[in-house]
Design a protein around this ligand. Sequence first.
Ligand code: THU
Length: 160
Amino acid sequence: MKEIQITTTLTCYDHIGELPQHIQKLMEHAVNARKKAYAPYSKFRVGAALQLENGVVITGNNQENAAYPSGLCAERVAIFHAGAEYPNVKIQQIAITATSDNHINKTPIPPCGSCRQSIAEYEMRQDEAIEIYFMGGEGKIMKSNSLKDLLPLVFDKTYL
Ligand code: THU
C-alpha cells in the first residue's frame, strides 16, 4: 500500500489589468455575457467566453428554469454552442466570471463539476489543452493551463 499525491498548479492574477491584453478582452466578453444571464431564481449570474482558434469568440450565460434542474450553467451553454457551430475548431481559452445580484463576489469562482466534465470532453476531442481563467465579480483571477489541473482523475472515453 502506498499513498499517491496529486498536485495541481494554478496562476493567480491580482486584477484584470494584470492579464495579457487578449485575455482581458475575453474576460470583458464574459462580463457582458454575465450581465445578460437569466438567473431569476438563484440571482447568481455567470458568464463564459470561449476563444476559438479561428478568432471567433463564443459566449454563454446561465439559463435557469422554474424546474430547477432543467437550467444550464454558463460554461456549458457556451461550450455546447461552440461544439454545435464550430465542431472542428479548437478552443484556446475560456474566461469565466460569476457574481451574485445580492453582493459582489470577490474571490475567483471555478466551474462546477459538471462543467469541468463537459470541458474535459472537448479538451480530449481536440487533443489540446484549454486554458481556463476564472474570477468572481471583481478581484483576483485564477488560471489553469488545462482542464486536467481542475479535474484530476478525469473520466474519459479511454475507459469505455
Ligand atoms: N452556475 C454556472 O453557470 N456555472 C457554474 O459552474 C456553477 C453554477 C449557475 C447555475 C445556476 O444558474 C447558478 O449558477 C447557481 O448555481
